[in-house]
Ligand binder design. Sequence first.
Ligand code: PMT
Length: 222
Amino acid sequence: FGDGALRGLKMVVSAGPTYEDIDPVRFIGNRSSGRMGFAVAGAAADAGAQVTLVAGPVHLDTPRGVARRVDVRSAAEMHAAVLAATAAADIYVGAAAVGDYRPASPAAQKIKKQAGAGLTLALAENPDILASLAAQTVHPFLVGFAAETHDVADYAQDKLRRKGLDMIAANLVGNGLGFEAADNALNLYWPGGSLELARADKETLARQLVASIAQRYRAARS
Ligand code: PMT
């Protein structure tokens, strides 16, 4: 691979989880390792794109060829970094597992245990990064991911329409696939079409996904 399918294009990829602080020592996070998004960033660079990788807290080296990496922690930080990086981008791929909620008022000091009493955390909704990009009058070609445990096709096609995306990559998570795992399987949907990418390692899937993105991007812009 390295056919230059994305040569001359700027792509922003988000990857990994977000951490939403509860107090200075605790946070709400999720099981995303960043592997899928990092593989997409590497495959896009191999295909000739100038890639900016916006990474949540992960333990991964930057793939070869990626032009710029921005490390963030929370959904709010990821939102700001993605908006800044996509101002001049042609394509955005949202592979990050962005937390939908954050603690409404994080404590400045460590919360002390009150023996015998429960604890209720009030949560506030985080901004939806893909939706805020879709709402811009001029925006990049938008590729979302959908992580579902059931009814993948229905939920993914609904997200494609509702979020105004150009393509969505749906993965059925669990059973050794998706979050943290080396392998994944993806169903791609775009307005008027779909493609199944069978179970494979994330690097192989990323190359296939990037080839489809290049095709759809050219078709949409021609
Ligand atoms: O990181 P790995 O361990 O390799 O695992 C890969 C993965 C399973 C995390 C990845 O393939 C994946 O599916 N990422 C998206 C997971 C997700 O959070 O899906 P969602 O259904 O909550 O969100 C749908 C889409 O909206 C995603 O593109 C997400 O980036 C985007 N989103 C979600 C919430 C939010 N506030 N802003 C967003 O932009």
